[in-house]
Write a protein that binds this ligand. Structure first.
Ligand SMILES: CC(C)(COP(=O)(O)OP(=O)(O)OC[C@H]1O[C@@H](n2cnc3c(N)ncnc32)[C@H](O)[C@@H]1OP(=O)(O)O)[C@@H](O)C(=O)NCCC(=O)NCCS
Length: 189
């Protein structure tokens, strides 16, 4: 006897796919922006709605063209439930130059330039607290050719900060950007 359809659907696992193909990700820009809105405009994050439009129309198209672009997409029953992406960060780019101006010279020397820059990570709130954020991060960094990865994140204790620490990211410098600290991980270890 076959199981009822909704039971089968309930058991469908989340599938995480990693791609370096910018146009593939851009083809899903509306879904990615939907998850971005759900995660970042939720109470506690409180990004303005205008940030979502800027993300979808400017940031994402620009970043998909950067060298080393790589994105992890999580789907469940054909719906995007989370994503994470980054690219190769270099001096001369906005983020690297802003961070370099604010952190100690030894951090600049050792960590900045040619690093993998984790730019965004978001999981739809209805799918959070099931290990998806951890899986997206792990899959995104798996097998990267870079020796170091960097990110900036909130200064206060939040799910994102706890997740990065749990995965071995180290605090490298406080106040690396407004309201954010710089974290790094050695990918060779
Ligand atoms: C940060 C974020 C991506 C984490 O996503 P997530 O899928 O909930 O991540 P995980 O499930 O791997 O871990 C989150 C928590 O759930 C817990 N958890 C994981 N699996 C679980 C399970 N099966 N049962 C119960 N709890 C579980 C983890 O231990 C962790 O607990 P903690 O926050 O107390 O340390 C998500 O909170 C988010 O989108 N936040 C808003 C956007 C954001 O801040 N992005 C990062 C910007 S730098």
């Amino acid at each position: 006897m076959t199981e009822p359809e909704d039971t089968q659907q309930a058991e469908q696992p989340t599938r995480v796919r990693v791609t370096g193909d910018g146009p593939v990700v851009l083809a899903r820009a509306a879904d990615v922006a939907h998850v971005y809105r759900a995660a970042f405009c939720a109470p506690g994050s409180d990004e303005p709605a205008s940030a979502v439009d800027r993300f979808r129309d400017e940031q994402l198209p620009a970043h998909t063209q950067r060298a080393g672009f790589r994105c992890a997409l999580a789907d469940r029953r054909g719906l995007l439930t989370g994503f994470a992406y980054g690219y190769t960060g270099e001096h001369g780019q906005w983020w690297t130059d802003h961070v370099a101006a604010r952190v100690p010279p030894e951090v600049v020397e050792e960590w900045l330039g040619g690093h993998f820059e984790l730019v965004e990570l978001a999981v739809d709130p209805t799918h959070q607290r099931r290990g998806l954020g951890e899986e997206l991060m792990t899959r995104l960094l798996e097998g990267l050719p870079h020796t170091r990865a960097l990110l900036t994140t909130y200064r206060d204790d939040r799910p994102a900060t706890r997740l990065y620490r749990r995965l071995g990211w180290k605090l490298l410098a406080e106040h690396a950007l407004e309201g954010s600290d710089l974290y790094g991980v050695d990918l060779q270890k």
